[in-house]
Design a protein around this ligand. Structure first.
Ligand code: COA
Length: 160
């Protein structure tokens, strides 16, 4: 199982530090670009304001750390009985090694600890298979998202 690889490589999950916003933005841009979207579009998307230090301070952010270096991250927004998974990004060289699973599990555990009933998120189309492996299912179509797309909102019950 790939998650075991992440554990073997001593990847730990920890809260984000206040000074690593630029690194988290770099990881998000690299991860988004992994799916082959135009570089200029990805750069514009990363620069639009979602990854400023001010914005990141509004989120609950967990970082996957290898030897002191951030290699992936996720963020959460509590919304009553639902916790919204706002971000999940893995540095391309680390994709397929179980880091996404570790971060997703952290998101589930934290949402449960907050007393939420469900975790929900807007799924990048190329990542739907990953989320299905994590137990996620289709909930509804999203509002208009980046690049005018409507995406699948997926979710998972937290008592399962
Ligand atoms: C999607 C993403 C978070 C998955 O993280 P990851 O660390 O590569 O995933 P893991 O290695 O933990 O994989 C867990 C399982 O899901 C499967 N899986 C991973 N990515 C998949 C994909 N895109 N499609 C189908 N299955 C996938 C793996 O094969 C593995 O299955 P197994 O347990 O049977 O071996 C990562 O690929 C990523 O950051 N992609 C680019 C950015 C992105 O799309 N983020 C999501 C935004 S909504």
């Amino acid at each position: 199982m790939v998650e075991a690889a992440a554990v073997r490589m001593n990847v730990v999950i920890r809260p984000a530090r206040a000074d690593e916003g630029a690194r988290l933005k770099e990881i998000a841009a690299g991860a988004k670009g992994y799916w082959g979207y135009e570089r200029v579009k990805v750069r514009e998307w990363a620069d639009q304001g979602d990854f400023t230090p001010e914005r990141l301070r509004e989120l609950i952010v967990f970082v996957a750390d290898s030897g002191g270096r951030a290699i992936g991250w996720c963020s959460l927004i509590p919304k009553d009985e639902v916790v919204w998974l706002e971000d999940l990004w893995i540095e391309p060289e680390w994709i397929g090694m179980g880091i996404g699973s570790l971060l997703f599990r952290q998101a589930v555990d934290h949402a449960k600890a907050l007393g939420a009933e469900r975790l929900e998120w807007e799924a990048e189309p190329n990542a739907i298979g990953f989320y299905e492996k994590m137990g996620g299912t289709y909930v509804r179509e999203s509002e208009e998202s980046e690049w005018g797309r409507r995406l699948s909102v997926m979710g998972a019950r937290l008592d399962a």
